[in-house]
Design a protein around this ligand. Sequence first.
Ligand code: SF4
Length: 750
Amino acid sequence: MGERKIVRTTCKACHGGCGVLVTVEDGVIIHVEGDPNSLTEGTMCAKGLSALQHINNPYRILYPMKRMGEKGESKWQRISWDEALGTIEAKVKEAQEKWGAHTIAISQGTGRGCNRYIHRLARSVGSANAITPGYVCHSPRIGIYGLVTGYGRLYCDYHGWGGEYPRTQIILAKQLEISSADSEMAYWFLKSLDHVKNLIVIDPRATAMTSRATVWLQPRPGTDAALLLGMMNVIIQEGLYNKEFVEKWTYGFEELKMRAAEYPLEKVAQITGVPREKIVQAARLFAIDTPGCIQVGSSLERQANAGQNIRCVVDLCGITGNIERPGSMMSWVLPSTGLIEDFFMEIPITPEMKSKIKGGEIHKMGAARTAHSDTVIKELVEGHPDRIRVWIAIAGQQLVHLAHTQDVIKAYEREDYFRVQIDLFMGPAAEYADIVLPAAHYLELDDIYDMHPRFFISAINKCVEPPGEARSDAQIALDIGKRVAPQYWPWKNVEEMLDYELRRGNITWKQFSKQMVSACTGKDQIYYKYKTDYWRKGGGFPTPTGKLELYSTVLKDLGYDPLPQFVEPGESPVSTPELAKEYPYVLTSGYRQPFYFLAQYRNIPWLRSFMVYPTAQVHPETAAKHGIKDGDWIWIEGPRGRIRQLARVFPGILPGVVMATANCFYPEEPGPLHGLTISSPNMLTSNQHFDPMYGAPDLTCLLCKIYKVEKKDMKDLPRGALRLQGYGGDIGTVPFGQEGKIRQKQAAQR
Ligand code: SF4
């Protein structure tokens, strides 16, 4: 046995931030397990535990490469880092001079630590056109919670630090137990179930949580706001709201009362399909049996009613006093290191930059700090003179997650803009790049884990050197930044930059790396902040009125409806009844798998083995109508196209609803698209109907029909998953150099 050491680090294979112990022997990782002395107390999921198959994967990108053929032709030539960075520098400067800095976009995938680097990079070159998936995932929550409470972040208090746990929990289109999309919460949520009295699950399909729910509501996808307004109406009409909190600490109750009265039970039952007695039961439980909290899934934000859906959530919490009370919705006090996001916010968006945010004049809430992705795509497709000219992507598969893939492909195919993709693997997005840069895995880098942010940050410690010439996202951002805007990137190396990010905590990176966590937990957390001078002298919320704004004065000033409201999806049995005659089912795609994280990990053999092909859940009655059996390939067709997925005949799904797997492509299929058009539901979504505030399209509520795939249409279905089964033995070619082969052999020996 050679030299062996255990490294403590933080997993960022998803947003969870689980503590990890990594065993390294002779410079090679041989084992990964949960760290019992971390906030997640030793728990990890399959995604995190499969790390060896990520880092040793022979398909890793190892060197900078430049495109040799047409865009998407998959012809590459290895180049040096110097050539790659020099080309990027020249292209950025050309764009600044010829078309203006705003034509430079910097993008991310789910972020998970690189958010602050992409925003700083964008701002430092003079552009506010940062592209993130936030507008369909979490930004509406952060932004709307911020407007209503003045603070910006509200999280379920599962920890019990204030002496109470939530007695009533609403789980709204969320599967926190498997997606762990919001920091350490998945684990603490499961622990909190030991204390919960009433579990209210709102989801059109059965989940692990519905089996233990006190009441399970199955609304038609896209009608969540109507349901929540109906619940508020019951609570107000029956006088069950928290009178003391409402009178003393909220603004606009009378207006909200009138708005909620527009949603009587009969109407809400008709819109949502939820029986009225269940709506009443849920409303009473949440109002009476407090404290309570609402865990929201991003399905609510993948709708053109995204902003108003979240308005409903926070107003429901407001009228029941489920704000800042132990066991309710909390805005956490940050650790002593402060807001790590200040790293980019210290470079302000100037009025000039703001005026040039793509889509910002319409989707004003989303444009607080990001471009509207669909507008960026539309301008590229149309060849708009002010379109993006340089797009630097730190990971992310916009080709997969944006609406109406057909248009996104057209945008990516354009030859007249310069695209950089920084990634671990080739995927549809990288295939259309001009330059591809190799990214390090999180076990191969030093960084700070800071999700959302919450009450803690933790250290991501390098366990091994990255393969080939891969570099960390932080290093690459620094490398590019030093060339294009050196005044904003003065640090000699990443360690100096991390020291800077930690400076408020009076701690260096080296110290933090050993300490692992900076947190504000237990008795250090402050509840009922609005009753103290914390936000305002004499108490109150940091809003324009000093109150929790059930009626948002800020939204009113921006020209939006200041009260929550329900708007039908752009395409539904109600809004487009003629279309519904041909496409009679509601198609949604919100369900998560515990072994994938959105578009990630279908190239990880162990994870792929759990679900080789994407599945669509169909109710037995619906399946029987079309002669569909469990395991059949089916066409899911809408007005804009059709896709194929495997039918999963499932009695737990609402009849009349088809729940497809989202974010799917087949990494083993040939580029550039890697089978993207075969099964991805975004081949069916529309990029014509958006949430006014954030610009979210209806990704999780549209219309479809289904029918069996005939044998003749099965010939092109991917078989490549079978090739991946050889991983660890003979996997065939190693496309990017000998190093991958060596790593693969090492993996096979273990
Ligand atoms: S939940 Fe997320 S952070 Fe935790 S082990 Fe799984 S992938 Fe890693």
